[in-house]
Design a protein around this ligand. Sequence first.
Ligand code: AGP
Length: 604
Amino acid sequence: MCGIVGIIGTESVTQRILAALKRLEYRGYDSAGISTINKQKIARCRAAGKLSNLEQELNNGTLSGTIGIGHTRWATHGVPNVENAHPHVAGKVAVVHNGIIENYQQLKEEFADKGVLMQTETDTEVVAHLASQYLEAGMQPTEMMQALLSKIRGAFALLIMTADHPDVLLAARKSSPLAIAHGDGEMFLGSDALALAHLSRKISYLEDGDWAIITKDEAKIYNLENEVIDRPILITEASDKTPDKGKYRHYMEKEIHEQPEVIGYTLASYRNPTTGKITLPDFAFSPLKLPKLTIVAAGTSFYAGMVAKYWFEKLARIPTEVDIASEFRYRNPVLIENGASLFISQSGESLDTLMAQRYARDNGQNIISLVNVPESTIARESDTVLRTLAGPEISVASTKAFTTQLITLLTMAVHWGQLRGTLSDEMASSIMDNLTEMPSLLAAIFSDDLDWGSVSKELASSRDVIYLGRGINFPIALEGALKLKEVSYIHAEGYAAGEMKHGPIALLEKGVPVVMVAPHDEWFEKTSSNLKEALARGARVVLLSDDKGIEKLHEAATWVFRMPEVHQMLTPILYSLPVQLLAYHTARQKGTEIDQPRNLAKSV
Ligand code: AGP
């Protein structure tokens, strides 16, 4: 959504807010702004576009003060221009907000009736006006917060400051995350621990419904019932290092290349490399008796869930349902009592996934999450947390988080299959032994030095690209198309290859590139027929396959990329790499903003 930061202390805050916002830019980069209180007045600097624009603006003026708030925006209400950039100011109040104020229209109208017109198209501005109105009516900050929070509806992390009380920062949280870092005579607030870890490692998290009055020395936290409450101070695991691209041109390229290593770490965290013993965290239920598994996630994490459905059903014979997070709670899903629901999220903060998780909890499900950020809200609200050890993923397009999710999910399905007696020890060992080779198999693809140049040039000048896969690699076709869309802005669609004839084949005309994810597996013969159907309509085929597959199909393909042979259950992990590389190299040809593509944010 958006990233927010606040600092209250005794030294100048502007540059430190900017530095913290840089660590939050993954949450949005449509515009940015900072406000401070200087000589009892609100001062403000804002810029459309990325933080670098704000940085330039800040260099042109002076914004000083020992209290301040900052924001980096992913636009929801109102176009991404300077006027709609946060902080929003009314009277002596400045506000930054992450989330959506659902009743803002009604509040706007109430203000309009009193002759107060909003200056922006945002939902946030009403919050600044409400706070200002309450303070002008003589309320103290504590009373103002209670009045404000009883008036607004929706999801929010809010930071508010007022020129009349320059010694307090006010904060509130509902659904959107907010953390407090405790310094020495200084306090820091931010959307996550990563934003604050370089300032202080002592972090407490506001819970849903909490609000707080923060001075430079303490945070007084209130719960939904306006009672003072203690929230524990933890030492964060979040890195205090500033991420860098190393020798790579983009974070996406770096993260693609990190996969052999982080896959190795993740696997080793679940499987003892010497004994082969798999150890998963404790579950609040017995996998032996599990009647059904529901998997919920968004975007790339959803595709990981789709692959996992094949694994859980085939290897562990657990009926598995996969849902898109933004749809789940609106369709009144049938959740079997004592069933388990698994929420997959790199960030652990995707709002739709979090809301789906809360819905499942309210409906009696055992909650498991699979996250890359262990202190995230989704992890904190789970009964059992599985971790991917991908390290910080900075590029908006997810790569290493996806493959480490797959590694974890496959390990889990194998383990449960063994426990449930649906998978022989022999088969389990064959899959897991092959899985331990995955880091070197992926590394070998890099050192093969495949020529992505000619195909990516071709894709870069195409209007449409079709990705086809069958069975366990159907989700990889979807993921390949998503990656291409995200980073190159080319229209791409992924289909189950057998589904083409039911409509999408009408899209094919001479020259349309079709990427076939086609390992020589149990679906291969069928996939080859689908490839021939595409060829017959003039498509040009990019074939991703292994020796056996290439032997049978190479003449039909314009471009061929040879993958090592692996156990067919492992192919989705292996074939993720070429689809990521295809998207990356095509985006490079097009010269797009690969790490921060237009309209997107890392966590929404
Ligand atoms: C993937 O490349 C995306 N940028 C996006 O689809 C992402 O996977 C999705 O928003 C879910 O994020 P999460 O895993 O952090 O919940």
